[in-house]
Design a protein around this ligand. Structure first.
Ligand code: PEP
Ligand code: MG
Length: 592
């Protein structure tokens, strides 16, 4: 739990829903714009017009990406940006200022911006008043192009983020990973800004107009936001989070009885849904929403919070024990530290090697520091005395890695036994995230007790696509047939070697994908707690038979687009009317 005091902030709720996550601060550039006297005013005018042309091309590209990603209706939002860029009166005013007063383009542009923003802000009509934000977004883009800067990248976001910005440009939706964003909070803006309109269309809870927001929040702060009332709680207390996270389940009509009953498909096949957990306050929500255990506990946060990135055995044991006790009699899978690449520890310098995603991360890194690793192993083993604990290994590539972990676990177990601490058996699981591990499943099965499919990484490595690189982000396609064949292979191999396999990547929480996974043979899924009630209803209302037919057909298709076009209506038909899942299609749209 955060030691920082709880702070209640008030803004305008512009997109309903409650969200909870970690702040990612997008610092809009508080640029200092200087007035510079220019000699060659014609060259300066040309420089300005070139920046306008580049901006127009960028907006055109973003508009088509937005249309592909969230539907044609939403692309028109960027038409307003295009109209401003194309407005001759606006351009002439700035060109005139450059020529008459011999000033630089930045200064002339900023003067016009301030003039228009003031004028719009003074209007009575809310919709027209909010257009000031479009002018600010467009001028920011032109200023960026005048200086040759690259836009802030949003394509590689950590899980469960709440974006905090002074103002959020709606074009950001075209390039960001929508599956990761839980909410948006901004210092300026209101209900009729295009960012608000898009947030509502995408069902992302959002609060705008929060005074002094950027000076109050820090990256990594925990935040809870209420899109209906406009309230934002910084560093919320544990009780509040537990109470709030329970609500979505209670709001679903059938959630009460369903939550207590064993989940089965409409033709009676049992399916278990577990929770992915990072924060200790999520236990309450996981249980309230019917999680049958914790399928993935990301232990990174314990390390991230520690000043030197090395939490003691006692600190770790306290956290793991609490987890085991809270979820009892259900099992909890504690994943060993998965640091490296985009999850580098704050206490360390970011990985400077050319390809950190393929570098020293996950189990490779833990095995490189056996002392630190054994501290974690000991804490996990000791926690097993207080509940059903499993150990899960991230980024496994070879059989030897698992063998080496088994050796370290046995060594630690003997040491504890010789000091009189009797440890129950702790099942050892292997994350399937690297294609090599998928192809070696039969051999790994001799060392592992269960498998856990980490699709977030598996897709990245299968498609050889670094999601941090905007140039290739379009290739991150969860519905690509190669991903489907790989998952189907995992389900079949796991059944053959008689080892359980659950899927714990983001896609488990997508209703369309969950149905597809069921049809492939996965009957264990793990996801963020808030998604469990929806996926319960989807799985509870589809028959295994229908899901299998859908999966069989999807596996015959050749492109992600073909799969998307087949899958979304097929699943919508197979689950009864009354469950609105259409808006979830955006998340798996390969055009996104
Ligand atoms: C995954 O890669 O799918 C996964 C669950 O691990 P993480 O998201 O923590 O990398
Ligand atoms: Mg992973």
């Amino acid at each position: 739990m955060s030691a920082k005091p709880e702070i209640v902030l008030q803004g305008t709720g512009v997109s309903s829903g409650t969200a909870f996550g970690q702040i990612l601060k997008i610092d809009s550039r508080n640029r200092l714009i200087f007035k510079v006297e220019v000699e060659d005013t014609e060259a300066e005018a040309r420089r300005f017009m070139e920046a306008i042309e580049i901006s127009k091309r960028q907006v055109k590209d973003l508009k088509s990406r937005l249309e592909e990603k969230v539907g044609g209706d939403h692309g028109v939002i960027l038409d307003m940006h295009f109209l401003i860029l194309d407005d001759r009166v606006f351009q002439d005013e700035i060109l005139d200022n450059i020529r008459r007063n011999r000033v630089n383009a930045e200064w002339a542009l900023a003067q016009s911006r301030d003039h228009y923003v003031e004028a719009y802000k003074s209007l009575d009509d809310e919709y027209f008043r909010d257009r000031y934000s479009d002018i600010e977004h467009v001028t920011e883009r032109i200023l960026m192009n005048l200086s040759g800067e690259q836009p802030f990248s949003l394509s590689h976001l950590p899980d469960n983020v709440v974006l905090a910005a002074r103002d959020f440009n709606p074009s950001g939706f075209a390039v960001m990973d929508l599956g990761k964003v839980r909410g948006i909070i901004t210092e300026s803006g209101g209900r009729t800004t295009h960012t608000a309109i898009l947030s509502r269309g995408l069902r992302i809870p959002a609060v705008m107009g929060i005074k002094n927001l950027m000076s109050l929040v820090s990256a990594g702060d925990i935040v809870m936001l209420y899109g209906d009332t406009g309230q934002v709680i910084l560093n919320p207390g544990r009780k509040r989070i537990e109470n709030e996270l329970k609500k979505p389940a209670e709001n679903l009509p059938e959630a009460g009885p369903l939550r207590r009953a064993r989940l089965r498909t409409s033709d009676g096949i049992p399916v278990s849904l577990c929770a992915n957990i990072e924060f200790e306050y999520e236990f309450g929500a996981a249980k309230a929403n019917g999680a049958e255990g914790v399928g993935l506990y990301r232990s990174e946060l314990l390390y991230f919070r520690h000043p030197d990135g090395k939490p003691s055995m006692e600190d770790q044991l306290a956290a793991y024990r609490k987890l085991a006790e809270e979820m009892k009699p259900n099992p909890v899978s504690i994943r060993t530290l998965d640091a490296g690449a985009e999850k580098s520890l704050p206490s360390e310098k970011p990985d400077q090697c050319a390809n950190p995603n393929m570098g020293l991360r996950g189990i490779r890194r833990s095995l490189r520091s056996p002392d630190t690793f054994q501290t974690q192993i000991e804490a996990i083993l000791r926690a097993a005395c207080f509940g059903r604990v499993e150990m899960l290994l991230p980024m496994v590539t070879t059989v030897e890695e698992v063998g080496e972990v088994r050796r370290l676990v046995a060594e630690t177990g003997h040491r504890l036994a010789s000091s009189g601490i009797k440890i129950p058996a702790v099942p050892l699981g292997v994350m399937l995230e690297v294609p090599a591990a998928v192809l070696m499943m039969e051999s790994l099965a001799a060392e592992a007790d269960f498998f856990c499919v980490g699709t977030n990484d598996l897709i990245q490595y299968l498609m050889a696509v670094d999601r941090g690189n905007d140039e290739v982000a379009y290739l991150y396609q969860p519905l690509h047939p190669c991903v489907l064949h790989c998952l189907s292979h995992i389900a079949k191999t796991a059944a053959r070697v008689k080892k359980p396999a659950r899927v714990c990547g983001e896609i488990s929480a997508n209703p369309f994908y969950a149905a597809l996974l069921l049809g492939m043979g996965f009957t264990q899924l793990s996801m963020n707690s808030l998604s469990i009630p929806l996926i319960r209803r989807v799985i509870g209302s589809i028959s295994l038979n229908d899901a299998q037919k859908i999966a069989r057909k999807a596996l015959t298709l050749k492109t992600a687009k073909d799969v998307y076009e087949y899958l979304t209506p097929a699943v919508a038909r197979a689950v009864p009317i009354g469950i609105d899942i259409d808006s979830w299609a955006v998340e798996i749209n390969p055009a996104g």
